[in-house]
Design a protein around this ligand. Structure first.
Ligand code: MRU
Length: 350
């Protein structure tokens, strides 16, 4: 399933807020519409945000008739700044914007027409690379999945969240496609229910046995049932291996440690932020309280209730067994393996 694509000068994407009951696609050539879609989680998931951000730059500049390269470069910067203000946490969004900006910076001798083409090519390359990274993550990650395997996951990390077949979810589907007997516990993922609405929808479509649990059931499941591994995605990974992911991931990691269950994180290297020494330095988005008190239209707390709603949390690196990237599986000590992983090609375990 293509959750986002570039078609004839427009971006086409599935409105994830309508799932699982309605499959509605939106097509736009307007950066304001795309930015709003990111802000409201119609498009969501770190790698998909990177792809959307890149296409957003093309949307904003494709019809601009500029006299000079400087004017085009200024327009790219302005649209990048607009997109950068949509959501603050996913590294992939900023990584993609930086790649788009560098197209102007690195090709100063070219005409504006050539740069327009280069911007589109770069956005399409970011999308293609993301698809390939998802496939490689699936391949490397499937190696750590036993047969049979009971897997627990949190949030949504599938085709909806990426430009390809997913990160953590690509590991699940690749192992399944290899013929392994897989079943998955999916955390509902409060408050926006990415697990309940999106992950179950995607896994069911693939015919993978899935059991939905409320977030607070994970400990009991690990105590009473056999869970072989946890696998989750990431929105940003700090230089020391601390992982920022959907709020509740930290809880799952603690519970997994307590029960001796391996805890894997899957993400492309575009999610890694060497500029953040540790997770405490990563900006954590706070969402509108209404998503907690009136999620999906029903009031569940009294008017005026004080709410704290971070969209993400930080899982400290000692709780993480390994990080699966498109360049292989990175193991502790992450400070070293992340650096050597970034230096190497797609060669496997580090
Ligand atoms: O707020 P969201 O739905 O964009 O958060 C998404 C997540 O936390 C995912 O786990 C993460 O982006 C990895 S997606 C492959």
């Amino acid at each position: 399933m293509k959750s986002i694509e570039w078609i004839g000068g427009k971006v086409r994407f599935i409105d994830q807020t309508k799932l699982p009951t309605e499959e509605i696609f939106i097509e736009t050539d307007d950066l304001a519409v795309l930015s709003d879609a990111i802000r409201t989680l119609k498009i969501r998931g770190a790698p998909a945000l990177g792809v959307a951000a890149a296409y957003g730059i093309v949307l904003a500049t494709q019809h601009l008739r500029t006299e000079t390269l400087q004017e085009l470069s200024d327009a790219v910067d302005r649209s990048a700044s607009q997109i950068a203000h949509t959501r603050p946490t996913a590294r992939n969004l900023f990584w993609a914007l930086e790649r788009m900006r560098s197209v102007c910076r690195l090709n100063t001798q070219e005409s504006a027409t050539q740069i327009h083409q280069r911007l589109l090519d770069e956005a399409l390359a970011i999308h293609t690379e993301d698809r390939e990274m998802c496939a490689a993550i699936g391949m490397y990650g499937a190696e750590v999945v036993p047969d049979p395997a009971v897997i627990l996951t949190h949030c949504n990390t599938g085709a909806l969240a990426t430009g390809g077949e997913g990160t953590a979810q690509s590991i699940i589907t690749t192992a399944f496609d290899q013929g392994k007997k897989i079943s998955v516990y999916v955390d509902e993922t409060r408050p926006l229910l990415q697990g309940a609405r999106l992950t179950t929808w995607e896994l069911q479509k693939k015919g993978i046995p899935v059991t939905l649990i409320t977030d607070n059931t994970a400990a009991f499941v690990m105590a009473r049932k056999k869970v072989d591994l946890v696998v989750v995605g990431a929105d940003r990974i700090a230089a020391n291996g601390d992982v920022v992911n959907k709020v509740g991931t930290y809880n799952v990691a603690i519970i997994a440690k307590e029960h001796g269950v391996p805890f894997y994180v899957a993400a492309p290297t575009s999610t890694i932020d060497l500029g953040s020494e540790h997770g405490g330095l990563i900006p954590i988005e706070e969402r509108d309280p209404i998503e907690v008190t009136e999620g999906f239209g029903r009031r569940t707390a009294p008017e005026g209730t004080n709410v704290y709603s971070p969209a993400f949390d930080v899982t400290p690196h000692p709780l993480i067994t390994a990080i699966v990237t498109e360049r292989g599986i990175l193991r502790p000590p992450f400070f070293d393996s992340i650096r050597s992983g970034l230096r190497r090609g797609n060669e496997g375990a580090v």
